[in-house]
Design a protein around this ligand. Structure first.
Ligand code: SF4
Length: 327
């Protein structure tokens, strides 16, 4: 069982109704997530990357069943979460916690830090009194906060400290998986590095598995073992982090990586500019990236959707340049 990935997602779909007509009735379904599959091995980090609207946060919420997927399988520790009853799912949910982008908004402003973390301990273990207080103080120490922070309210903290409180609350229920939804994007750059280092240390210490959602490839390179690129709800490339950054194969990945700022001003990289944005509707057929792709050449790109194919060493890409089609 231990060799089995902690999280296995298979053919995940999430559709939302599109309403129209005089009576504003559902007239179609928009697939925000369209057949996404990936694994996250135990103790590892998979980065989900894409522009706003690519569906990465929806995947994170589907995985922990905060929103209901339309179809697919979500195997957590070998158990299909889609088949669990409400009570069974509630029991499992403590194994999976989510850390949000805006730490202040995810904390109850009327509760002290001690109450916020203590509430999680009470709900999970029915722990209260001095035992709960001791555990809260230990958790504060683990995330780099001080005992005197116990009685303070969230608004008395900086954004980075608020994120530490959120992480301590998540750790209180001893989770196996953390879904990290842009956890540092609302923080100053210097604080971002501190929170990323903290997450990296906690992963080692508590043998945590991370699903890391981000649009920042620099951060992804630092923290992730594997990276999955999403475009309009489709997985277009997935590989280990070095393969993605050293040999990106999909034109979309190549464009995103070309736009990462070079720390050395003498190192010049040709930036690939993408035209248009994700507000453009997905083509009804062909490759979803075709309207923005500079490499699109043949009819096949606009008529046949490329499958996700393996190109070696677990590197998979959905592009006709790599499917053997005559482009
Ligand atoms: Fe571009 Fe064609 Fe590849 Fe799609 S399949 S990414 S349009 S080259």
């Amino acid at each position: 069982m231990t060799d089995t990935p902690l999280l296995q997602v298979r053919h995940l779909k999430k559709g939302f109704p599109v309403r129209g007509g005089l009576l504003n009735r559902p007239i179609a379904t928009a697939n925000v997530i369209d057949g996404v599959s990936f694994d996250v091995p135990r103790g590892k980090t998979l980065g989900l990357v894409g522009e706003s609207g690519s569906g990465k946060t929806t995947i994170g919420k589907c995985v922990i069943r905060l929103i209901e997927p339309t179809s697919g399988e979500i195997l957590f520790d070998g158990i299909d979460l889609m088949k669990l009853s409400g009570r069974e799912l509630r029991e499992r949910r403590t194994d999976m916690q989510m850390i949000y982008q805006a730490p202040g908004a995810s904390l109850n402003g009327r509760m002290t830090v001690g109450q916020i973390i203590g509430e999680a301990l009470w709900l999970h273990e029915r722990l209260n009194g001095w035992a709960a207080r001791d555990r809260v103080l230990k958790l504060l120490d683990v995330v780099g906060l001080k005992p005197e922070h116990y009685h303070r309210f969230p608004h008395e903290f900086s954004g980075g400290q608020q994120q530490r409180i959120g992480i301590a609350r998540a750790l209180a229920v001893r989770p196996k998986l953390l879904v990290l939804d842009e956890p540092t994007s609302a923080l100053d750059v210097s604080v971002q590095a501190q929170v990323l280092n903290l997450l990296s240390d906690l992963q080692q210490e508590f043998k945590l598995t991370f699903l890391f959602i981000s649009h920042d490839l620099g951060v992804v390179r630092y923290l992730c073992d594997q990276v999955a690129l999403l475009y309009l709800g489709k997985l277009v490339e997935i590989a280990d982090v070095d393969s993605i950054f050293d040999e990106p194969k999909h034109p979309y990945t190549q464009a995103l990586i070309s736009a990462i700022p070079e720390p050395d001003p003498d190192e010049k990289r040709d930036i690939i500019t993408l035209s248009g944005d994700l507000s453009r509707r997905r083509p009804t057929r062909g490759c979803p990236f075709a309207p923005r792709c500079q490499a699109a050449k043949l009819d096949i790109c606009e008529t046949v959707e490329p499958p996700l194919v393996e190109t070696g060493n677990g590197h998979r890409v959905a592009c006709h340049l790599h499917t053997g089609a005559q482009v």
